[in-house]
Design a protein around this ligand. Structure first.
Ligand code: PMP
Length: 326
């Protein structure tokens, strides 16, 4: 049993669900939702704060400030609380109520900005508010998850290492892309130590990552409305772009099997399922998909019938109804 001195050190959660019985492909899902803070983001949050501390950038009066659609905010609230550092999260109306309440329960200050661009993204407004706070308040420090290399390093040293240790034989690894920290960290690790593993980046329709066309997106976590500096597309073998409708369908289907996962998990698993069906008809491969969080943050969206009917057209609603009655 590892000895830890606080929740921020609990970054070694390493739980897998085998989806062979559910989807008929040899896919193992690494469930990051069991971390404190409920998501994969605990890893980059812990690493970014540790590197800032080591560099002497955090003093007793420092206030951390970060822009987040939810998960990094909760993760940083965990780390900041465990270390006695003040934290302000700048988020937007798409951040779900459970994440907002978790941040506040953990002692963080939360600011919600509501100026969207034409695609409905709040990213520029969130970043502008963070810059304003840092410029006008001495002692405020922006860790900048969009550019901080500690983000991908955390996945190189923790996430990828854990997967490599667990799977002596691995053919493909599926990773969702938001800031790109999970993808870049894992891809660099496997390029260095296990180059035979195919790395497949999973993005959503409407994201500009990998040269995509900006469009409206409703589910937070995956995708980006502006190009993300941490995304290193040279070391990715393939990119799959999944419509949000597939995400809803797969989340609903997995829920019927007792697996209540988050939106980006449904997206990544649906891409992995499609890829394995096409590339591995004889079921000889072993694949892993990283599931960034659990479904309890999406009960008012992906798992709410009225929300789905409001946000997607009839074809989509039919799709998940079919999935539900399979
Ligand atoms: N899924 C969810 C639910 C997330 O919160 C995030 C982080 N925004 C991602 C996927 C993408 O992770 P990364 O930022 O490492 O690309």
């Amino acid at each position: 049993m590892p000895v830890v001195t606080g929740a921020h050190e609990l970054v070694d959660t390493n739980t897998y669900v085998d989806l062979r019985g559910v989807l008929g492909v040899n896919l193992h899902v690494k469930c990051e939702g069991f971390n404190f803070g409920g998501s994969v983001k605990l890893r980059s949050a812990a690493w970014m704060v540790a590197e800032a501390e080591q560099a002497g950038r955090i003093r007793s009066d420092t206030v951390l400030v970060e822009s987040s659609s939810g998960n990094l905010g909760v993760a940083l609230a965990v780390v900041a609380a465990a270390k006695g550092i003040r934290f302000v999260c700048v988020t937007d109306p798409k951040c779900n109520a459970a994440a907002l309440r978790s941040m506040r329960a953990l002692g963080a200050d939360v600011m919600v900005v509501d100026e969207a661009d034409e695609q409905g993204s709040f990213l520029s407004a969130r970043k502008a508010r963070v810059r304003y706070l840092c410029a006008t308040h001495p002692g405020h420090l922006w860790l900048n998850q969009y550019e901080n290399v500690a983000g991908w390093k955390s996945h190189y040293h923790i996430t990828a290492t854990a997967i490599a240790e667990e799977f002596a034989a691995l053919d493909a690894l599926f990773i969702g892309v938001g800031t790109g920290s999970t993808l870049t960290g894992c891809a660099r690790y496997f390029r260095d130590y296990r180059p035979e593993v195919r790395i497949i980046g999973v993005d959503v329709v409407g994201s500009v990552n990998f040269g995509g066309v900006a469009g409206s997106r409703h589910i937070p976590g995956l995708g980006a409305s502006e190009s993300m500096p941490l995304v290193d597309s040279r070391i990715v073998d393939e990119v799959m772009r999944v419509p949000e409708s597939d995400c809803v369908g797969m989340c609903r289907r997995l829920a019927t099997q007792g697996l209540l996962l988050g939106g980006s998990s449904g997206t990544v698993i649906s891409a992995a399922h499609r890829w394995l069906e096409a590339h591995d008809p004889r079921r000889l491969m072993t694949a892993v998909a990283i599931a960034p969080d659990l479904g309890d943050r999406y009960l008012d969206t992906i798992y709410d019938d009225a929300w789905v009917a409001d946000h997607y057209d009839g074809a989509v609603t039919d799709l998940w109804r079919r999935e539900l009655t399979r």
